[in-house]
Design a protein around this ligand. Structure first.
Ligand code: ADP
Ligand code: MG
Length: 490
């Protein structure tokens, strides 16, 4: 199977030495997280799960998805601001999905009373896998040879709380080091520089500037407890490097319930007497993030305020799986992107997706799922991992819901077959061994704009997460996947 080490063979002792030294580099660079046992404090930290070496990625394939990111950013912004389109997409979902109904109701309230802040900020991450069509095998003799037909296929477009930009930023340096001590010759451009933390921070600073009050703060809205604090802190530190006059505050929903308010005179959002320029949501994407109606009231208060929301409620709704499935329909991308070449480049990254709504169209999706369940993933409109249904589990699940409107809350997606490679996965408390892994590549993007004005639009770096071949889900926080970087090959 393919590996970045190609023809280099390493003794067990040499590998142990590389592991030991590389782990220390990972700690040195602060690629660390709080422990599952003490998620609420940073007294105890451990290294984040990571791969010992980078994974092979065709240079052209990465360049292609990077080059379309700004167009993708714009597409998702425009889709989010087209209320009619959103309504067409989500009308059946909100009938059966209470969580998305609550988000939708907030959108309606805000629209009815008049939007207090026309500008939305998005710190996005567009996730892909390197699809190799089934039946293609990697050349066993040359090992690192690239399968002919690798195509980046989109897994999902994250519009809220896109994580790991902070933790992954220093990893390319670590991988340059581990490769070097393993005896691998390479050019720096093959393990490219990457600093999403800095680019995402720039986005927050641009949002803060657009708000136009130098005394106002950037508020990170976080979970309670928040295990991924250090990932956020790196973005915060980059804000500091970029402009240390920007003050950053952290609050949970509970903090906001107790200490936050919306000023009546000018709709400013205020916490502890400080006006908020930008609310950066690192929570609020899953039903469990709202522990009571009070948290929902707080979300509504934030949306009604004139603070810039990252993301705004319409961004969050546009990030649902349902909207992504609807964008696959002929003409949907073209509704927003008038340049045919760009629309095509975006469309080429789409895997097949099917509606499961009641009626003939949805019945076709159901039939496909029953005929070849192993070729599909069934997705509800949820974020944060652990919600999808895969392969043989699809049939019994669909059997239960296929005669009710509940099925409109799901979409069916073709399963991607990513290029398998070998690598060492380093997870705290687990022995390391050479494993067959598959990788998911995320491209970060930043967008700032109102309905008709683009203020800022940028590509903001990349993330790779790798996991053992055969694992369906890919959560990093739950220990399934590991931080990784790309090693570019021609
Ligand atoms: P979530 O919003 O919960 O992260 P995703 O759509 O990203 O949902 O799916 C979670 C994980 O499931 C992904 O990170 C990926 O590893 C896997 N996955 C999702 N869709 C597919 C697909 N079409 N083919 C193969 N794996 C998939
Ligand atoms: Mg995901």
């Amino acid at each position: 199977m393919a590996t970045v080490l190609d023809k280099i063979s390493l003794s067990e002792r040499k590998i142990q030495e590389i592991v030991k030294k590389t782990k220390e580099h990972v700690l040195l660079y602060g690629i660390i997280m709080r422990t599952a046992e003490s998620p609420g404090n940073s007294d105890k930290v451990q290294h984040a799960p990571f791969t010992l070496f980078p994974c092979l990625v065709p240079r052209g394939a990465l360049a292609k998805v990077k080059s379309i990111q700004v167009h993708f950013n714009r597409l998702m912004h425009m889709a989010a601001h087209d209320t009619e389109f959103l309504q067409e997409c989500l009308s059946n979902v909100v009938k059966v999905d209470d969580f998305n109904k609550r988000l939708w109701d907030i959108l309606l309230v805000v629209a009815e009373e008049g939007v207090a802040q026309p500008v939305s900020l998005g710190l996005f991450r567009n996730d892909y896998m390197m699809d190799v069509k089934q039946g293609t095998s990697v050349d066993q003799t040359t090992q690192a040879s690239i399968p002919e037909n690798i195509q980046m296929k989109q897994i999902e477009f994250n519009m809220i709380a896109s994580s790991f930009g902070g933790l992954v930023s220093p990893l390319y340096n670590v991988h340059r080091y581990s490769l070097t001590i393993a005896g691998k010759k390479f050019d720096d451009s093959q393990v490219p520089e990457n600093n999403p933390a800095k680019e995402l921070a720039k986005g927050l600073v641009e949002g803060w500037k657009a708000y136009g009050n130098k005394r106002a703060c950037v508020l990170f809205l976080v979970s309670d407890p928040e295990r991924n604090t250090l990932d956020q802190r790196r973005i915060d530190a980059e804000i500091f490097s970029c402009d240390r006059t920007v003050s950053v505050k952290y609050a949970t929903f509970r903090d906001m319930n107790d200490r936050g308010s919306k000023r009546i005179s000018d709709k400013a959002l205020v916490i502890d007497g400080c006006e908020v320029a930008v609310v950066y949501f690192r929570t609020g994407y899953s039903p469990e993030d709202y522990s009571s109606d009070k948290d929902w009231d707080t979300r509504l208060m934030i949306e009604r305020s004139k603070a810039i929301k990252c993301p705004s409620i319409q961004y969050q709704l546009a990030g649902t799986k349902k909207v992504q499935q609807e964008l696959c329909r002929p003409g949907a991308v073209e509704r927003f992107i008038k340049d045919a070449d760009i629309a095509l480049a975006i469309r080429e990254t789409f895997a097949y997706q099917y509606s499961l709504d009641m009626g003939e169209d949805g019945d076709r999706g159901i039939e496909k799922a029953f005929a070849n369940p192993q070729n599909y993933v069934l997705k509800p409109n949820r974020e944060g991992g652990g919600n999808n249904i895969y392969g043989e589990d699809i049939k019994p699940f669909l059997t239960k819901i296929m005669n009710s409107t509940e099925r409109s809350g799901y979409i069916l997606m073709e399963k991607i077959h990513p290029w398998p490679q070998t690598n060492y996965l380093l997870k705290v408390g687990l022995d390391i061994s050479l494993q067959n892994v598959i990788s998911e590549i995320g491209i970060y993007g930043v967008y700032l704009g109102s309905d008709d004005t683009e203020i800022y639009n940028s590509l903001a770096g990349h993330l790779v997460r790798s996991k053992t071949l055969g694992t369906d889900e890919g959560g990093l926080m739950v220990g399934l996947s590991c931080l990784d970087t790309p090693f570019l090959i021609d």
